[in-house]
Design a protein around this ligand. Structure first.
Ligand code: 6R9
Length: 651
């Protein structure tokens, strides 16, 4: 469907008290890009500083020289901003509502006073174990309150956390522990999800076989299920917390000191450690949380992401808590015990802002509206989406069945690298169009460039690659341990710009429509997956000679993983082997990387110089083999016929 055919949705009634109205948006946006010093100098004051900043912005996008600093001479502590400063007014207010996987178990309401106590205790445990400012701590936890405590405890003592999504395999965990040089791993015994259980501690045990023997393993006994125990290495975290003091002196941190590393997939090589720092990140997370969700005091806010992804960092923990909000943390899945779980939780806790992923909406849409209709959703005021483009059908279903036509929908485009929302409607200010992330947030200067010439496309409509012309406070600062890679990935191809990796269209109203990745990154259920990562997992199997992985449209996941596999000479392609390879990739990376379709490829379409022509593989995977374009440069054009003949996606 093209943007031209979709009319604007007016701002629903009832947004009179919104923080930002249409006229405010125009005025503030203009100021934010014409005078960023003044604009961000003011916004920076939303935090409490131990030593106030005097410099606001010091950034350079020149390739070879890239340097990004915000509020650089300011000193602050993130945990103080997320906890201590709220205590005078909010000690008894709920900071975190924790909703367990099993709906029959009670929810927990953790007040700011209790949050403070738990975070201080955990911070003392870490400090007693010798963790100091700048040391890395890897967190491999399910969606339990301890995950938030661990993040904030690290922030309190100046340690740099690196969360590894609990769905990642032991190998993926070991790689991240080793790359970050962490000496502490925080995990849990087991993780219940959707009524099933993941053996996290046992995964951690396997991972640690490939890590330095100096790594200590702090275990949260969450379910109490029995696990192995290595004396001297494994530590019962809750037991130590019970004995630890409830006050831990916060570490004064420079605005540009590291807050966290989060590994994310790119188009080449192994996942890179995206580095976020203290001051700018928190200003940006807090501000976007307040304005984009129009958060007001007393609201109950729920983001369904996992803390293992950036959305969980910025919009479950840091943004909301910096604002003194009540944030809901959910251990379970949308479809268990039935497809009404999200809505049951919304009704039970009277959620006002609800933020989820298009893939979840599509999955629930497929189960029928009756699961929504049986719950009282009258508390909902704002709905949000993130992670991938939302198709208008899913947008309309969300609007009609969940929002009852009364809730503004904020389709928020952003990335691990951007720290917070970049292109998004504001509930009281922006008319929406289903499928468009609409307009830039304050301080964000999107530019659409011609991919070949790198020239900005001026005027509307426009189509090309999406770049950002100037820095914003939430921007990543570097790739952990590899500033060169940072510059090459984001600043080389389009000089003077930050390159997002996304394709984009701007319509005649100046609205932005993200069209998806233009690099070899695929987006599976809103999770980023490098095709190169899946390929290297496949070729690590002894029976695989060569593998090429592409994305293809998938009705629920957005994109599915399509793998072409060439087997070693003499190996029989069997169904058993197909299942074995699927299992193998799960083991190497994690369940989210399991190929949806594996096609046996006796040969790959290659240029004479031996480069696999992915364009052709993508077309065949999309079942669009009628328009393969010029294949005359292929070394062996015949392989294409075989691939078409045996294609797996005939939908
Ligand atoms: C926050 C997050 C980033 C990639 C990004 C883009 C896609 C995210 C989107 C969207 C269209 C949206 N993406 N939000 N595409 N509309 N509202 O998802 O971070 O995991 O790093 O993924 O996700 O392709 O480049 P991350």
């Amino acid at each position: 469907m093209s943007s031209e055919n979709i009319g604007k949705h007016a701002i629903p009634a009832g947004q009179e008290n919104a923080h930002i109205k249409a006229a405010d948006y125009d005025r503030l946006y203009a100021e934010s890009v014409s005078d960023p010093e003044a604009f961000w100098g003011r916004e920076g004051k939303r935090l409490d500083w131990i030593k106030p900043f005097t410099k606001v912005k010091n950034t350079d996008f020149t390739f070879g020289n890239v340097s990004i600093k915000w509020f650089e001479d300011g000193v602050l502590n993130v945990s103080v901003n997320c906890i201590d400063r709220h205590l005078p007014a909010r000690a008894d207010q709920t900071a975190i509502i924790w909703e367990p996987d099993d709906p029959k178990k009670p929810a927990q309401h953790i007040t700011y006073a209790q949050l403070s106590e738990n975070v201080n205790r955990m911070a003392n445990v870490l400090r007693d174990l010798g963790v100091r400012k700048g040391d890395r701590v890897v967190i491999y936890l399910p969606m339990i309150p301890e995950a938030a405590y661990a993040m904030l405890a690290c922030a309190r003592i100046g340690a740099v956390h690196s969360i590894v999504f609990a769905g990642f395999s032991p190998d993926a965990l070991a790689n991240r522990i080793n790359d970050s040089g962490a000496r502490i791993l925080i995990t849990a015994d087991t993780a219940p999800r959707g009524g099933r259980s993941t053996a996290l501690k046992s995964n951690a045990d396997q991972a640690l076989l490939n890590c330095s023997d100096k790594v200590k393993c702090l275990v949260v006994k969450h379910t109490g299920e029995q696990t192995t125990w290595v004396d001297g290495r494994d530590i019962d975290l809750k037991a130590l917390m019970a004995d630890a003091g409830t006050e831990c002196e916060p570490e004064p941190m420079g605005a540009e000191d590291l807050l966290f590393i989060l590994y994310t997939s790119g188009s080449t090589g192994k996942p890179k450690g995206v580095v976020h720092t203290t001051g700018g990140y928190l200003v940006y997370a807090a501000m976007t949380h307040e304005y984009v969700f129009d958060y007001h005091d007393g609201d109950v806010y729920w983001c369904t992401a996992d803390v293992g992804w950036v959305t969980g960092h910025s919009y479950i923990v840091y943004g909301p808590l910096a604002n003194g909000a009540t944030t809901l943390m959910f251990e379970g899945v949308p479809t268990w015990p039935d497809a009404g779980r999200f809505w049951e939780v919304c009704a039970k806790h009277k959620v006002n802002q609800f933020y989820t992923a298009p893939t979840a909406i599509r999955a629930l849409m497929g189960k029928g509206p009756e699961f929504v209709e049986k719950h009282d959703l009258s508390s909902l005021r704002i709905l949000g989406t993130v992670g991938e483009p939302i198709n208008p059908e899913a947008w309309n279903w969300y609007d009609e069945h969940v929002g009852k036509g009364k809730c503004p929908i904020v389709d928020t485009w952003w990335q691990t690298e951007t720290g917070g929302h970049m292109i998004t409607p504001l509930p009281g200010a922006t008319e929406t169009k289903p499928g468009s992330a609409t307009v830039p947030f304050f301080g964000v200067k999107p530019e659409i460039l011609e991919p070949e010439s790198a020239r900005p496309v001026t005027g509307n409509p426009a189509e090309g690659v999406l770049c950002i012309a100037d820095s914003w406070p939430g921007q990543m600062r570097t790739v952990w341990g590899d500033h060169e890679r940072f510059m090459e990935t984001y600043f080389q191809q389009y000089p003077g710009y930050y390159f997002t990796g996304d394709g984009c269209r701007r319509d005649e109203d100046g609205y932005y429509w993200i069209t998806g990745r233009v690099d070899d990154v695929i987006n599976v259920s809103g999770h980023r997956m490098g095709t190169a990562e899946v390929e290297s997992a496949l070729v690590a199997h002894e029976k695989v000679a060569e593998a090429a992985v592409v994305g293809y449209p998938h009705p629920v996941k957005g994109q599915g993983i399509y793998a072409y596999v060439t087997l070693m000479n003499g190996v029989e392609p069997t169904e058993e082997l197909r299942a074995e390879l699927e299992k193998w990739v799960r083991g190497e990376i994690g369940p989210i990387a399991k190929p949806d379709l594996i096609q046996w490829a006796p040969g790959m379409p290659k240029t004479r110089s031996g480069k696999i022509m992915r364009r052709i593989l993508r077309k065949i995977a999309e079942n669009d083999y009628g328009s393969l374009g010029d294949i005359s440069t292929l070394a062996e054009p015949e392989v294409v016929d075989d691939l078409i003949e045996n294609r797996m996606n005939r939908g």
